[in-house]
Design a protein. Structure first.
Length: 493
């Protein structure tokens, strides 16, 4: 039997039943990577020797009667996480030789749960792109179409899952970096509630691995099924033992409902700041139809929805204020000059990006106060609804675009050219207020590319969108292996 595309849950059950060993699973995963990753380039740092040793240890532990959530399951880790003895570069050439001495807290949790780490997955330069390429490790291709991106910044992880390189992966998300690659590659991902999952050790190279509370950014799970997402989130979730973990224990609320017919869902497919491509709109509608067929209460409009244009502006300002915080002084002064030249009437997202880059502390506090008003608006909305279904980006995976000036790039949405970074507004809808959001497959485009949607849930009620994802998977299907034939060993989905 071929195991590489089985779920983590299935692999764990098979090992418990004695049908397969971790050593066998690990060897099969390594063989698949060695055979197929030449064209995908998802695994940028291999750790096969230590993986085989860990797999042997997992089998020995099971023979002693031990059983842990991921005991013996092969997984991958995004390159941006520190793993002792392996390089952490974030794709930045000046750090190609940086090797941390200590595992990130989430890598430690994977190991404690018994997982076998195969290696690290590719990322964009500084994690700041919707694609995954850099001068050190090259370009990660989409397993469905090698000419297209796998997404970013967790693009290597999504491509690895789609190609069968491990059952699970961990990534991070500030601009859709978990959800966009999942959408582009046809897999699942979950952006947890802000602050739910400890992030220590997912830091730029040479930066001290301290328990810092990040603004907007989270770390989270990726998988090929919704149930596997929940399995991995349960391993990852919880406060850092150096800070809140000293006094706090985590108790996530149960999902609001177990039956699809009990869910109250708001469906969105239009945004005032950017068009929605027809393939993505069709994916949203497939999910909406499945909800209606399953008896869920579905609405398309509500006065409770916070203003989407204002939300996009706030998100853009907060995101870019952080992204340039370490720019050299001369570069920052150039940005200040450019921002001063903007018309006061310019309310475009391009202008919001530039203004955000030169925010004063006073500016940031004002934006943060507006964010709190939006958070309260979401609380009121989730008193009437259980989840929101909407796009992740306006299009399926797009062709590779390596123009070094990201602000000059454009995205083609059914023949309409839009600024490249404007496509972040859908991801930002959940990111700005810190809400949980689960990316789920929602069929394919007419070109045969995966299309995903996100299920946004109430703050700290992560199990609600995860449960809805599981119920939708039962109705509309979930992960399918790539059909384009680029991988000779991948079965046809």
């Amino acid at each position: 039997m071929e195991w590489n595309l089985q779920t983590a849950e299935e692999l764990a059950a098979a090992m418990r039943a004695g049908e397969v060993t971790s050593v066998e699973l690990t060897d099969e995963a390594i063989a698949r990577i060695e055979r197929d990753d030449k064209v995908i380039n998802a695994i940028c740092v291999r750790d096969f020797d230590r993986a085989r040793t860990a797999a042997c240890g997992a089998d020995q532990a099971r023979a002693r009667g031990e059983d842990r959530p991921l005991l013996g399951v092969p997984v991958t880790v995004k390159e941006s996480y520190n793993i002792a003895g392996l390089p952490t570069t974030w794709g930045m050439p000046m750090y190609r030789d940086f090797v941390p001495a200590e595992d990130a807290v989430q890598v430690s949790r994977l190991r404690a749960a018994g997982a076998v780490v195969l290696g690290k997955t590719n990322v964009p330069l500084g994690l700041q792109d919707l694609q995954s390429f850099n001068e050190i490790y090259g370009t990660t291709n989409n397993p469905w179409d090698l000419a297209r991106t796998s997404g970013g910044s967790s693009g290597g992880s999504a491509a690895a899952l789609a190609a069968g390189f491990g059952a699970l992966s961990i990534g991070s998300d500030i601009g859709g970096s978990l959800r966009t690659p999942a959408h582009f590659c046809g897999v699942y991902a979950h952006k947890p509630t802000l602050g739910l999952v400890a992030n220590r050790g997912m830091v730029p190279p040479t930066t001290p691995a301290l328990p810092v509370d990040l603004d907007l950014a989270v770390v989270g799970p990726m998988a090929r099924t919704a149930r596997d997402l929940t399995l991995l989130l349960d391993v990852m979730a919880g406060p850092d033992p150096l800070t809140l973990g000293v006094a706090h224990d985590l108790t996530l609320p149960l999902a609001r409902h177990q039956r699809l017919g009990d869910f109250r869902v708001l469906v969105l497919d239009e945004h005032p700041c950017i068009p929605t491509g027809s393939a993505v709109r069709a994916g949203v509608n497939r999910v909406a139809d499945a909800l209606v067929d399953g008896g869920a209460h579905v609405e398309r409009h509500t006065p409770l929805l916070p203003d989407l244009a204002e939300a996009a502006t706030l998100y853009t300002q907060l995101l870019f204020s952080g992204s340039v915080a370490r720019f050299p002084v001369d570069a920052y002064e150039q940005l200040r000059t450019r921002a001063a030249g903007l018309s006061a009437d310019d309310r475009s997202l391009d202008a919001a990006r530039l203004r955000g880059m030169v925010f004063s502390h006073r500016d940031w506090i004002e934006a943060n106060n507006h964010r709190e008003l939006h958070r309260h608006g979401w609380r009121q909305l989730f008193a009437e609804f259980d989840a929101v279904v909407c796009p992740i980006t306006p299009t399926p995976a797009f062709p590779h675009d390596h123009d070094p000036d990201l602000l000059e790039r454009r995205i083609d949405i059914d023949g309409v050219e839009c600024p490249y970074f404007d496509q972040l507004v859908w991801a930002g809808l959940a990111t700005m207020p810190g809400l949980p959001a689960t990316a789920v497959p929602a069929g394919q485009s007419p070109d045969g590319l995966p299309v995903g949607v996100q299920l946004i849930g109430p703050m700290f009620e992560d199990r609600t969108p995860l449960r809805l994802a599981e119920l939708l998977e039962q109705r509309i299907g979930g992960f399918q292996a790539p059909k384009q034939g680029v991988l000779p060993g991948v079965r046809r989905g």
